[in-house]
Design a protein around this ligand. Sequence first.
Ligand SMILES: [Zn+2]
Length: 456
Amino acid sequence: MKTLIKNGEVLLSEDGKLVVKRGDVVIDGTIIQEVRVREIAVGEDSDNVGATKENDDVGFDKVIDATGTLVMPGLINAHTHAYMSLFRNYADDMELFDWLDKVDAIEDQMTGEDCYWTTMLSIVEMIKTGTTCFVDMYIRPSVDGVKTGPKGSVAGAVNDSGMRAYLGRGVVGEDGDESSLRRLNEFLMDYELHKGSDRIKFILAPHAPYTCEQSMLKLVRDTGVKNDLMAMIHISESDSEMKVIAEKYDGMTPVEYVAKSGLFDLPTIAAHLVKATDEDIKLLKEKNVSVAINPRSNMKLGNGFAPVQKFIDAGLNVCLGTDGSGSNNTQNMFQEMQFASLVYKGSERQAKCVDAREVVKFATLGGAKALGMDGKLGVIKEGALADIILLDLNVPEFVPRNDIVSAFCYSANGSEVKTMLINGDVVMEDRKITKFDEEEVYEECNKIANRLGMEK
Ligand SMILES: [Zn+2]
């Protein structure tokens, strides 16, 4: 399948800088084969420059006219729990540990099939707001004794929707504990089951320092080394976590606690890090850990703000995640980008802090780097995977076009995303999802919330 996206304003990364140039993107199968940039000469009418000639369309199976749109890499949501869309507006205005108690009681009743539909709900929101890849911590594996089959799991939802994802079944407890080992084995079963997929990948997901003993973190590390896998873990999310770990482990910070286990020997994404100390940041840099910041979730749970400017200054790779919809309450990366920039400017009292280009990099290049997919995801260039979004520029948010990247971060809201390709495949065209019936997803999710007695 050969696809031509022609005559768009293409967001490119040139020597680490984000620039927008008129051009075409040629896709062969799942890969970007060529980016044809049309330089605008002095005195030329920029609106007419680069218009692809009709005969350039010959030889393509599909031609997408991108005139008047921004063509850019899809966004990467580097930390979420997609099944948690069920908890949207269910446990609001609560402290973290009270929130966990309320959510856990319902989670325990969710079947694999429930998680399929609620993950689909998050995927609808992601597709409609520009996210082409997400990194997920989930609770029900494909084979869970409750429901098996394609509609029985998170991986099934990713498969059916055309989405790209890195999935990790959450792991807690200690080595030797029966239920903890069951969770890790469920992860390994899922991993084996979907090994052949080019869109579904797996990532080890020990939940957090306060739910994982050292022996479990060590076991996860060994499993990762053996199977060449990455890890994702929540760390230093709240004051309560800092206190619990310091009391239990002789004054250690959660970062020190996790480092001691050897987990950071695996390529790791650490989510949150709201309370990271200067020493923690040094340690994270030494271990080459990527940091997934989640500003909206952190604010909503009253946990504060991660020291993002310090992460940047220390040279850490920063990426951006929404966290689950129980604590955000959306999977919209546009809202996350705006908060990421505005919150840190406000809290640091510096307008230059975390600028628009930096934030767009968090959501694209940073996510790709965290996943070891540098040059393959989060970028439009020859040889990269064709995960691409087209945004309508003929909307007030993008007029006048003083600075498209700034507008993307500060003015857009996600509704401008018209068309999306993942792995070279069109998953949304002119706002219409192509792979599944979104109305059915809403119906099924409402039924689940009713069955579990969640509505107030
Ligand atoms: Zn999380």
